[in-house]
Design a protein around this ligand. Sequence first.
Ligand code: AMP
Length: 121
Amino acid sequence: MVYDDNNVFARILRGEIPCRKVHEDEHTLAFHDINPQAPVHILVIPKGAYVSMVDFTARASDVEIAALFRAVTKVAEIAGVTVEGWRLLSNVGINGGQEVPHLHIHVFGGRKLGPMIAKPV
Ligand code: AMP
């Protein structure tokens, strides 16, 4: 998967399309997923152009990496899910089901989230 400057999250970062922002800092942006799969479904993204977790851990600075993971926890706190529990998930590549080629971490919560992954069909 290659980085496409016109992917939807790059366009959100450039302000070309709107998002429902939850949190922002120097290195990250978090916003509500447009098609939520749980009462809380927020996406946390780095501001840098990284395709996936593989690309991010290879090329991002330690500061960017720390900022992303701190932002994930911050978002869970803002969403009020840290006491009852929540889940973070990042899809990578075709088998992972990644649709948008800009690294994003899903934050889910607000209900019992069920099995970790779907059973094979
Ligand atoms: P993934 O399948 O892990 O690549 O997840 C992509 C996610 O991006 C999906 O959950 C979509 O609902 C979400 N999404 C796509 N377009 C937008 C958008 N404009 N604003 C917010 N979330 C979006």
